[in-house]
Design a protein around this ligand. Structure first.
Ligand code: TXA
Ligand code: MG
Length: 335
């Protein structure tokens, strides 16, 4: 299949492009579109065959459920069997935005979307193109990140082309995804709620609205199969080049590898105190989580394309505000 790319204004996407994208979704096709976190690969969430095409295009294992995107909190109600007070309060505070809520599913959600499980993940994205597409299509849109399974999430339409060209119908190019990291995933089907994936909405922000949230390793066993959140598998979101995560300074590692004839890059966070490293490429990201998150995947995509022997990353501090960035780096480093 030929993948069409339509460029749209991020703030005011043209109606013609939205209509074309909506028509593709309505007939069961696949459309990649920007959200405020990363690009998503969308299909009609109520059409099991369309959702099966997502799994095929990505090479995604059937046991990994998909997030359903909706235009507003009211549109979640037909998809869930319960809408607890906690969900209402979080939705009022963080939607539209990078927070995904896992809730008991209703019968209307095809089981392929939930990987056969009893829950469904839902969120209202904050990107004008995503919201306009949801409204124009009048559909809930199932959308994982728009990359082949196990690859880095895309933050630009170009990344989507590199990963999925020829496998999907349309890409709406609305410029870079500004958030840069996937949404926070919170499981409200268990009490206390469990943080399945850290993201741009922090634990502190969640706890300020609903009280204690626990991390997966501290949660009691989930009541039902399948995997509680396959996105929490150790290896995920990875570049092809080996990524080496280092606590502290990378100078020794860089020196050792250079002596062994390797070509490496290094990524650091915050103002670099040390001198330039003995590496092919050095990238200094901002010493602040949101700014770093916004650029992290774009930098990793770029370094990955250089075909180096390794990407060294000096991990940012092990504090809660850096939880999401450290989480993605640890996964990218897992072999
Ligand atoms: O920011 C994001 O969340 C992006 C944009 C496109 O919205 N989407 C995204 O989707 O990152 P994906 O499929 O790459 O990651 C979804 C994560 C996976 O870890 C998946 O296992 C988990 O959410 N998930 C989805 N449905 C779930 C459910 N019912 N229960 C538990 N985890 C679920
Ligand atoms: Mg993904």
């Amino acid at each position: 299949m030929t993948t069409e790319v339509l460029t749209v204004q991020p703030q005011a996407p043209a109606l013609e492009a939205l209509r074309r994208a909506a028509a593709i979704l309505q007939r069961g096709g696949l459309v990649a579109f920007p959200t405020e976190t990363v690009y998503g690969l969308g299909a009609n969430a109520l059409d099991a065959d369309a959702c099966a095409r997502i799994f095929a295009a990505k090479g995604r294992p059937a046991h990994n459920p998909i997030i359903v995107h909706v235009a507003d909190a009211a549109s979640v109600l037909p998809l869930v069997a319960a809408w607890p007070e906690q969900a209402e309060r979080l939705a009022q505070r963080f939607w539209p935005g990078p927070l995904t809520l896992v809730l008991p599913r209703s019968d209307r959600v095809p089981s392929i979307v939930t990987a056969g499980g009893p829950t469904v993940a839902v969120r209202v994205p904050a990107h004008p193109v995503a919201l306009a597409l949801l409204r124009e299509s009048s559909l809930p849109i199932a959308a994982p990140s728009a990359n082949r399974s196990m690859q880095l999430s895309p933050t630009t339409a170009e990344h989507v082309v590199q990963s999925l060209n020829g496998r999907i119908d349309l890409i709406l190019d609305g410029g870079p995804a500004t958030g840069g990291l996937e949404s926070t995933v919170l499981d409200l089907s268990r009490q206390p709620p469990v943080l399945l994936r850290p993201g741009l909405v922090t634990v502190a922000e969640l706890e300020s609205i609903i009280g204690a949230v626990v991390l997966p390793m501290h949660a009691s066993a989930p009541t039902a199969a399948p995997l509680p959140s396959p996105g929490m598998l150790p290896r995920h979101y990875a570049p092809r080049t080996p990524l080496i995560a280092i606590e502290g300074n990378a100078t020794d590692e860089a020196t050792r590898r250079r002596a062994a004839g390797q070509r490496v890059a290094c990524v650091r966070f915050g103002p670099s105190s040390a001198d330039a490293l003995p590496v092919e490429r050095q990238v200094d990201l901002p010493g602040e989580p949101a700014g770093s998150a916004a650029r992290l995947y774009a930098v990793l995509h770029e370094l990955d394309a250089l075909g180096l022997d390794a990407i060294l990353v000096e991990l940012p501090p092990a504090t809660q505000e850096w939880l999401a960035v450290r989480d993605r780096l640890r996964r990218a480093a897992a072999r």
